[in-house]
Write a protein that binds this ligand. Structure first.
Ligand code: ZN
Length: 124
């Protein structure tokens, strides 16, 4: 079995186009391991929450985006709820990113600071 796997290993790395992910054994083009790891790393971040305003691809409608908050998914969802309430608007929490509808950078940053988070304003 071990031999079969290692010969498979030699095969899957033979060409760039045919490269497979060693973790999920999907073609790299379809592999989400790296993206998931990157999202997790981004979500865990360096303990600094980054708040930005984004409008791209949303028909010009602004959303306030919070990334890098060092909280687990449950706590992050709760925080998202608090931020929505503080801003009196809607929003989503997905993949470690909180999105608050509208341009509420100042309110969001103040709310995060009040909870003891280190906050930076990011581009956008
Ligand atoms: Zn993979």
């Amino acid at each position: 079995m071990k031999k079969a796997l290692s010969s498979l290993g030699g095969l899957v790395y033979s060409t760039d186009a045919g490269r497979m992910c060693p973790d999920c054994r999907q073609p790299l083009a379809d592999c989400r391991c790296k993206a998931n790891a990157a999202a997790a790393a981004l979500a865990a971040g360096d303990g600094v929450a980054r708040v930005s305003r984004e409008t791209k691809g949303r028909g010009g409608k602004a959303v306030t985006v919070v990334k890098g908050v060092a909280l687990d998914a449950v706590a992050l969802a709760a925080l998202g709820k608090q931020l929505k309430a503080a801003c009196g608007t809607g929003g989503t929490v997905k993949d470690g990113v909180i999105e608050i509808q509208g341009d509420h950078i100042d309110k969001v940053m103040a709310a995060l600071k009040a909870q003891g988070h280190t906050v930076k304003r990011a581009g956008g």
